[in-house]
Design a protein around this ligand. Structure first.
Ligand code: AVI
Length: 333
């Protein structure tokens, strides 16, 4: 992967691209669609339209997640900033439209802000908006799949590092993969750094079912849009109208599952192979795990983090944790 420097419009703003070749993405999707249980990684939701639809989801009455998290950030920004401390480099993997960090920036005043996102135009737009709104901000925007953070140390140097990971995006990983991702974060922040992370709490099935089946049908459009995205990047022949949105909470696994269900027997051409679907068969597109404070702290402990502080919204729907490095942690254990 080679970094491409694009138009540093001010001394304090850089845009770097580490995007993988399209053929790698198509090969990965093809592998997943040819498994016994077909699946698509949720990262492919976020083309330009998908990113817009996600923003619309966050504004629906039924998707409580963003409202609850924003309430915490607005109410607790100073407290959070005091705990994190001065002069850190703030790294935000999967920053989307960078809306959440805006609540923190004035209180925290990081020496560097590094937003990372896979979706190019929304990242460019968000980063430009930020540097206009906060003219003092030193911003290096990275266009990349944030699952590989190996480029971060060389770009940041010796500054103390804090990773900001809001939105409960950690819930979209399988728990074992979440531990591996948090281990990579722990390696990046080192023994002096920290992790500020938003995690959706376990709650009743009705609230969760409503949040992922909003009455405006935006989550359904968001889920189905992944097939348009695939058709565009892989030249595949998905007939989007022949699939329907399915989302439900599985209380045994503590996760909301999203699928696309085929409404007929059909075949789809994808990257040189023919995929057969029977009516009712699904493609698994997303898991969204929910955690208690205790279960998430245990997961983070496996990656070498100790919980320093937790904040909740007034309805106790969502949690924001600050973790620091556990000095006694041995990564080989
Ligand atoms: C980005 N992520 C945390 C969202 C979630 O709640 O799992 C994505 C989403 N899927 C459906 N609605 C929102």
């Amino acid at each position: 992967m080679e970094a491409v420097l694009a138009r540093p419009s001010a001394k304090s703003y850089q845009f770097l691209s580490f995007i993988r070749k399209r053929s790698d993405a198509v090969a990965e999707i093809s592998r997943d669609l040819n498994r016994e249980v077909k699946r698509i990684s949720p990262k492919y939701f976020y083309d330009e339209r998908g990113s817009r639809l996600f923003e619309q989801i966050t504004a629906t009455e039924d998707y409580y997640v963003t409202r609850a998290e924003n309430e915490i950030l607005v109410e607790r920004a100073q407290e959070i900033a005091d705990l994190i401390g001065e002069d850190c480099a703030l790294i935000e993997p999967g920053c989307g439209n960078c809306s959440k960090v805006q609540y923190l920036l004035s209180a925290l005043r990081p020496t560097l802000y590094m937003p990372i996102d896979i979706s190019t135009p929304p990242l460019q737009k968000a980063a430009r908006h930020l540097v206009n709104r906060f003219p003092w901000l030193n911003c290096t925007a990275i266009n990349a799949d944030f699952c590989d953070l190996s480029f971060v140390p060389t770009l940041i140097g010796e500054q103390r590092r804090v990773v900001f990971y809001p939105g409960s995006t950690i819930g979209n990983f399988e728990p074992a993969d979440a531990v591996n991702f948090l281990k990579a974060v722990r390696d990046i922040v080192g023994s002096e750094g920290g992790l500020l992370i938003g995690v959706d709490l376990e709650k009743n099935a009705a609230t969760l079912d409503r949040a992922y089946n909003d009455r405006e049908g935006i989550t359904a459009d968001f889920n189905l849009n992944v097939l348009h995205h695939l058709n565009r990047i892989a030249g595949s022949s998905f007939s989007v109208d022949s699939f329907e949105h399915l989302a439900f909470y599985d209380s045994r696994k503590n996760r909301v599952e999203m699928h696309l269900r085929s409404i007929a027997d059909q075949t789809v051409e994808f990257a040189g192979s023919t995929l057969n679907f029977s009516a009712g068969e699904t493609i698994h597109t997303e898991n969204s795990y929910k955690y208690s404070t205790e279960s998430f702290s245990a997961l983070a402990a496996e990656a070498g983090f100790i919980r320093a502080q937790t904040w909740y919204d007034s309805k106790h729907l969502f949690s924001m944790h600050y973790f620091v490095a556990d000095d006694t942690y041995n990564s080989n254990q």
